[in-house]
Design a protein around this ligand. Structure first.
Ligand code: G4P
Length: 524
C-alpha cells in the first residue's frame, strides 16, 4: 500500500448492487469493472454463459441453473478511490447470504428495469438497506428500450418503496428515440450515438443549450426540458445529508448494455458514496474505522471453494484498522486466537493472496470450522463483540429426516454445523421433535441436501411444507398449545423460542382475531 493508512481507509467505497433478476446487474457490474480497468473486455464476469465459475463441486448446481449461488467481491480503482462491489445473487432462489451481504456494505445501488419498474426482489432487498439506513442510489436501466414514463417511475419509487427521490439526470427520449440525458447534476447534456468529442453539450445557467443544436428542435428535448422544469419547481431538493441517511435516493437514467450514462453514474456515485462507516458493538460502543486496532466481522461462510480440500472461507468485512497477513486475531465468542496466514482477496473471478487490507475492504480467511457467521475478530487486546447480524424471516419450510436411520448422529452433526454456518435455519416440532428447516430461497435446501451428502455422508429426505408465514411471539407465556392447529403450526427455533408457522397471511389474521392478546412479530 503506497498511501498512509488513513488515506487508504478514506479511499474505500464498499457497496452492493440490488435488483430483481434480469434488471441488468451483471451487465452494469461488468461495465464498472471495465471503466475501473479491472477487466479488459466485458462478457467475462461470472462467465454466466461460458460456465467459467465452477470453482467448487456444489457450485455444480449453479452451473446447471446458470445462476450465481454465492456473493463474490470485486475490487477496482477509479479516480483515487478503491471500489469494492459485493455481488448479491440475483436469481429468484436467492438466499440469506444475499441479505447478509447487505450488512457488510456502506451503500447500495438499486437497478430498476425501465420497462418493469420496482419488482418483488428489489423490494425485499431495499427493505434491508432501508433498515440499515444506508444511502441507496437508483439506476434506471435499459433506456435504449421503450419503457415506463420517467415521471411515473419516480412516483413508483415513492409509492412502492416509500423513498423520496431526486433525479440526477433526465432522459431525452427513450427506446429507438433515446437521444441522451439531461445531466442536472453536471449541468450538461450527454448525447447517445455521437462521436466522443460531441458527447457533452454544455448548458447555460438556466439549463438551456449554449449554442443552437438540432436536438433543440426535437419533441423529446422539449418534453425533457418541461419535465425537468417541473421537478425544479415541485420536486425534492438535492440534499446530501438526506442521501447519506438513505431518506432520499438520487436517480440516474441510463443503459448498461450500451454503456450509456454508466461512467457519469460511476463518477457521481463515487462523489457521494460514503467512506467506511463505523459499526456499533453489543455494548453500544462505536468502533471508528480509523482506530488503530484491526477489527472486523464475518458475514458469510462459503464451503468448498476448493474441492480438493474440504475447507471453508469466511468473508470478513474489515471495520477498523489494517489487516496484515500473518497477524494474530482473537475471536471473543470462543476466546481463541488464530494466526491469519491464508487470506484471499477477490478480483472478478480470480482470487489472490492478500497481504494487506484496511477498513472497508473484504477479505476471505481460511476456516477449518472454527468461525461462525456474525463472529467478531480483533487484532489487538480489546475484547468486544459487534452487534449481532439480523436473522431473516424464512418463507419456505421442509421437514427433513435421514434416509438411513443409522446415520442419525451424522445427520444431527451436519445440520448443527450448517445451521451455525447460516446456510439454513433450524426448527423443531414441540413433542415429536421433528426437524424442520426454513429458508428464504429454495436454493438453500438444494445446497443443504447436496452438502449433507457430500460433506457428512448422509442422504436426506425432504418433505416440502411450502411457503409459511413465520411469526415469533412477544408474550410466550400466554401461548397455549391448543392455539396451534393445521393452519398454525407451533414450533421452536434453535434458540428455543416459540414460533407459529401460519399457512398464509389469511390464517395469520384469523389467528390474530381469535387471540388478540398474543403479540406476534416477524424478523426482518
Ligand atoms: P441480472 O444480472 O440483473 O440478472 O441481468 P443481466 O445483466 O444478466 O441482464 C439481463 C438481460 O438484460 C441480458 O439480456 C442483458 O443483455 C440485458 N440488458 C442489460 N442491460 C441492458 C440495457 O441497458 N439495455 C438492454 N436493451 N438490455 C440490457 P439477455 O438476453 O438475457 O442476455 P444476453 O444474451 O444479452 O447476455
Amino acid at each position: 500500500m503506497d498511501k498512509p493508512i488513513n488515506e487508504e481507509i478514506a479511499s474505500r467505497r464498499t457497496f452492493a448492487i440490488i435488483s430483481h433478476p434480469d434488471a441488468g446487474k451483471t451487465t452494469i457490474t461488468e461495465k464498472l469493472l471495465y471503466f475501473g480497468g479491472a477487466i479488459r473486455d466485458t462478457g467475462t464476469v461470472k462467465g454466466r454463459k461460458s460456465g467459467k465459475f465452477a470453482t467448487s463441486d456444489w457450485m455444480e448446481i449453479e452451473k446447471q441453473r446458470g445462476i450465481s449461488v454465492t456473493s463474490s467481491v470485486m475490487q477496482f480503482d477509479y479516480d483515487g478511490k478503491r471500489v469494492n462491489i459485493l455481488d448479491t445473487p440475483g436469481h429468484e432462489d436467492f438466499s440469506e447470504d444475499t441479505y447478509r451481504t447487505l450488512m457488510a456494505v456502506d451503500a447500495a445501488v438499486m437497478m430498476v428495469d425501465v420497462g418493469r419498474g420496482i419488482e418483488p426482489q428489489t423490494i425485499k432487498l431495499f427493505k434491508v438497506c432501508r433498515m440499515r439506513g444506508i444511502p441507496i442510489f437508483t439506476f434506471i436501466n435499459k433506456m435504449d428500450r421503450q419503457g415506463k414514463e420517467p415521471l411515473d417511475l419516480m412516483e413508483e419509487l415513492e409509492e412502492v418503496l416509500g423513498i423520496e427521490s431526486y433525479a440526477m439526470n433526465w432522459p431525452i427520449g427513450m427506446g429507438k428515440e433515446f437521444l441522451g440525458i439531461y445531466d442536472r447534476f453536471n449541468n450538461r447534456i450527454e448525447q447517445v450515438r455521437v462521436k466522443d468529442e460531441e458527447r457533452f453539450l454544455e448548458l447555460n445557467e438556466e439549463g438551456g443549450l449554449l449554442k443552437p443544436h438540432p436536438m433543440m428542435e426535437t419533441s423529446y428535448y422539449k418534453q425533457a426540458m418541461e419535465e425537468v422544469q417541473l421537478q425544479n419547481v415541485a420536486g425534492n431538493d438535492f440534499d446530501e445529508d438526506r442521501i447519506a441517511k438513505g431518506e432520499l435516493t438520487p436517480v440516474f437514467f441510463g443503459s448498461a448494455l450500451t454503456s450509456f450514462g454508466v461512467q457519469t453514474f460511476l463518477e457521481t456515485f463515487l462523489k457521494f458514496a460514503p467512506e467506511p462507516q463505523p459499526r456499533i458493538t453489543k455494548d453500544k460502543v462505536e468502533i471508528d474505522p480509523y482506530s488503530k486496532e484491526f477489527s472486523g466481522f464475518i458475514f458469510k461462510i462459503q464451503a468448498n471453494m476448493n474441492p480438493a480440500h474440504r475447507d471453508r472461507i469466511a468473508f470478513v468485512r474489515i471495520v477498523s484498522g489494517k489487516f496484515e497477513r500473518g497477524m494474530t486475531v482473537s475471536v471473543p465468542r470462543i476466546s481463541r486466537t488464530f494466526k491469519l496466514t491464508q487470506t484471499t482477496q477477490f478480483l472478478a473471478d480470480d482470487r489472490e493472496i492478500v497481504d494487506e487490507a484496511v477498513a472497508g475492504d473484504i477479505i476471505g480467511i481460511h476456516d477449518t470450522g472454527n468461525y461462525q457467521i456474525g463472529d467478531t475478530i480483533i487484532g489487538g487486546k480489546s475484547s468486544f463483540v459487534f452487534d449481532a447480524l439480523p436473522q431473516f424471516t424464512p418463507e419456505l419450510f421442509v421437514r427433513v429426516t435421514a434416509k438411513n436411520v443409522m446415520k442419525s448422529k451424522h445427520f444431527h452433526k451436519g445440520i448443527l454445523q450448517l445451521v451455525q454456518e447460516g446456510a439454513i435455519q433450524y426448527y423443531r416440532t414441540l413433542h415429536t421433535e421433528e426437524v424442520l428447516l426454513g429458508a428464504v430461497g429454495q436454493l438453500q435446501f438444494e445446497v443443504f441436501e447436496h452438502r449433507m451428502k457430500n460433506e457428512y455422508n448422509v442422504e436426506v429426505r425432504m418433505e416440502h411444507l411450502g411457503a409459511k408465514v413465520a411469526r415469533w411471539i412477544e408474550n410466550e407465556s400466554d401461548v397455549s398449545e391448543s392455539m396451534a392447529g393445521q393452519r398454525a403450526m407451533l414450533v421452536k427455533d434453535r434458540h428455543e423460542k416459540l414460533v407459529f408457522l401460519f399457512e398464509n397471511e389469511f390464517s395469520m389474521r384469523w389467528f390474530h382475531d381469535k387471540h388478540p392478546s398474543i403479540n406476534l412479530y416477524n424478523l426482518l
